[in-house]
Design a protein around this ligand. Structure first.
Ligand code: MG
Ligand code: ZN
Length: 223
């Protein structure tokens, strides 16, 4: 059993914008807003939402996504943070209700090639883009494509302590299950209303500093 691992959301946490939302809003033709609203109202789950929205994108291709990925950027401090994590051999996972095809594309742009990603899966067969949900959990209250609380529960078998970093709705189900939660934006507001303990952060600069201090305190100190 290892001491701890760090899990992080991707969209809005590592990447600055919500990549899929931006992609859909730029390229979907037709009434994607109603689909999005139905998801926000809980009428459809995020799986159906994703699949239906992608149907509204004409001429979807690898080139189109590549061109789009060029416009996205990540938190300025994430790379420094991740270099530190690698150097210290700390286990780190991206857990996202987005699509691995996009996440990999964005990370690769920054030379980040071997981060472990647990998310929904997308792949091209010709110009057909198929989305599947290998981490689906019908029992989860979040009803997301990738259930983050199930992933965390699973990782509990391997780690004594789990740190979680997030910003939004897809992190709600995991918020009260992490040992240490870093939250901003909607997730922080959610924690306040639910009385869930969290540490506020602005960027990965704060996260980086936290783990650097923890590292300097040495192995004898818990925290
Ligand atoms: Mg997010
Ligand atoms: Zn869940």
């Amino acid at each position: 059993m290892k001491d701890f691992c760090i899990l992080s959301d991707f969209d809005g946490t590592i990447s600055k914008k919500d990549g899929l939302y931006t992609f859909i809003s730029q390229y979907a033709q037709g009434d994607w807003q109603t689909i999005e609203q139905n998801w926000a109202d809980g009428k459809i789950d995020s799986k159906e939402c994703l699949i239906e929205e992608f149907k509204l994108i004409p001429n979807l291709s690898e080139e189109l996504i590549a061109k789009f990925i060029e416009t996205l950027s990540i938190d300025e401090y994430f790379k420094d943070f991740y270099d530190y994590i690698l150097e210290r051999q700390i286990d780190f996972y991206v857990v996202s209700d987005g699509i691995d095809y996009f996440i990999n594309g964005i990370l690769k742009k920054y030379g980040l090639n071997d981060i472990k990603i647990i998310s929904n899966h997308g792949e091209f067969n010709g110009n057909d883009f198929t989305i599947t949900f290998p981490n689906d959990n019908p029992d989860c209250v979040n009803n997301a494509g990738t259930c983050k609380c199930a992933i965390l529960n699973n990782l509990r078998k391997k780690y004594k302590k789990i740190y979680y970093i997030g910003d939004g709705v897809s992190d709600y189900c995991v918020a009260d299950k992490a040992d240490v939660l870093f939250a901003k934006s909607r997730l922080a507001a959610f924690c306040q209303t639910k009385n869930i303990k969290y540490t506020k952060y602005v960027s990965f600069k704060d996260i980086f500093e936290f783990f650097m201090c923890k590292g300097q305190r040495g192995k004898g100190v818990k925290g």
